[in-house]
Design a protein around this ligand. Structure first.
Ligand SMILES: Nc1ncnc2c1ncn2[C@@H]1O[C@H](COP(=O)(O)OP(=O)(O)OP(=O)(O)O)[C@@H](O)[C@H]1O
Ligand code: SF4
Ligand SMILES: [Mg+2]
Length: 358
């Protein structure tokens, strides 16, 4: 019998609660792996590859925001780039249901399907400073995907760029200015306009607000939510910021060392985590109400993140887990259903009493 995975879960059963339709998930990964060859041999000369993503089954339903969280180096961006179809090292499947109802595999699309994929699945990056060409005007930056992917030019191009500029809160007279004339928040609006100008269906946002000041961050988050409502967008929202994810996401997937260790609806995961790693991550979420501070203890994980080229045997988290037993060092726990709509990769997910945030 195969192990139940997030990808196996029946969307019609309402797992995750939002946006699941009879047409099924918008995006699914099946046994997705991205292994990077090491230039030098791994420690103790062992594996020779960094298993940045190592057997991930994930689904994103139409209209939802799925948050992808985990410590630096756990494989979030690598997974995002595999979803974008720009990781030649990717193995396994990335299945996307196109606007025409065709299921496309990110790694194998070509011709008209590739054009549809590039148009319908778009990315917003963390650092708009680095991702916007300083020598291009906003018209060129935002208009480029329209020109390249849809062959739009002339006054139609200008009209469409003007419309999306307005939609993201920038002025039409900004059209011929260069990125350096704008603040960090405005540049992120430009990145969002560039991602949305071709009217995509799925947006992969990789740390899209992480480089912004707190006040600007909430403006951009509100903008992302408004745009999602207006344009019927689905988001894969990659972030190491658990507070932002709690605010924005319908469901959460927690990654550790290239694997998903827990998924479920956001409110359930935060209130009642089933994996000790999730418990540790959310214990570090700041408590806004000063009267409540001190009511919850921050769990400090033992040791460093293990070398992804040489991950621990058994449960990959056992070297840092406060609940580990001998079994954990020897037997890898599969990601399995532990409650309706909840998957966790821990032998003791049902028995442990873990702390969440209320
Ligand atoms: N092109 C590459 N070649 C070799 N190793 C890579 C490459 N890209 C990422 N890695 C390694 O893969 C692992 C996962 O990296 P990734 O950037 O996906 O993590 P992340 O979760 O996005 O981290 P962060 O929160 O810092 O952005 C890391 O060990 C990283 O060093
Ligand atoms: S399987 Fe064991 S080591 Fe892994 S998370 Fe559960 S208790 Fe911790
Ligand atoms: Mg990253």
């Amino acid at each position: 019998m195969s192990t139940p995975t997030d990808a196996d879960a029946d969307p019609a059963a309402g797992v995750g609660g939002t946006g699941a339709t009879a047409t099924g998930p918008l995006l699914e990964t099946r046994d997705l792996r991205v292994h990077f060859p090491l230039r030098k041999r791994g420690r103790r000369g062992k594996s020779g590859v960094v298993k940045a993503v190592d057997g991930v089954d994930l689904r994103v339903d139409p209209g939802e925001t799925l948050g992808l969280v985990g410590e630096s180096g756990c494989g979030k961006s690598t997974l995002g780039s595999a979803v974008m179809g720009v990781r030649p090292e990717a193995r396994g499947e990335v299945r996307y249901r196109s606007g025409q109802g065709r299921v496309l595999d990110a790694a194998a699309v070509s011709g008209a399907d590739l054009a549809a994929y590039r148009r319908e699945v778009r990315m917003v990056f963390q650092d708009p400073h680095a991702s916007l060409n300083p020598r291009m005007t906003l018209l060129d930056i935002i208009g480029e995907p329209l020109r390249v992917l849809l062959g739009v030019g002339g006054s139609e191009l200008e009209d469409r760029v003007t419309a999306i500029l307005r939609r993201v809160g920038l002025r039409p007279d900004h059209l011929r200015r260069y990125p350096h004339a704008f603040s960090g928040g405005e540049r992120q609006r430009v990145s969002i306009a560039r991602a949305l100008v071709c009217e995509p269906r799925l947006v992969v946002a990789d740390e899209a607000v992480s480089a912004l000041d707190v006040s600007v961050r909430s403006q951009i988050l509100n903008l992302l939510q408004d745009l999602q409502d207006d344009m019927g967008l689905t988001y894969l929202f990659i972030s190491h910021d658990l507070s932002v994810v709690e605010h924005l996401c319908d469901r959460v997937a927690v990654m550790y060392l290239g694997r998903v260790v827990e998924t479920g609806p956001t409110a359930d995961i935060y209130a009642d985590p089933r994996h000790p790693y999730t418990e540790a991550l959310i214990s570090a979420v700041p408590i806004p109400d000063p009267r409540m501070r001190g009511s919850r203890e921050r769990i400090r994980l033992r040791g460093e993140l293990p070398d992804p080229a040489d991950p621990p045997a058994g449960c990959p988290f056992h070297t840092r887990c406060a609940y580990a037993t001998d079994r954990c060092a020897n037997e890898a726990p599969p990601l399995r259903e532990v409650a309706p709509g909840r998957l966790a990769a821990c032998h003791y997910a049902e028995e442990l009493t873990l702390s969440g945030v209320s």
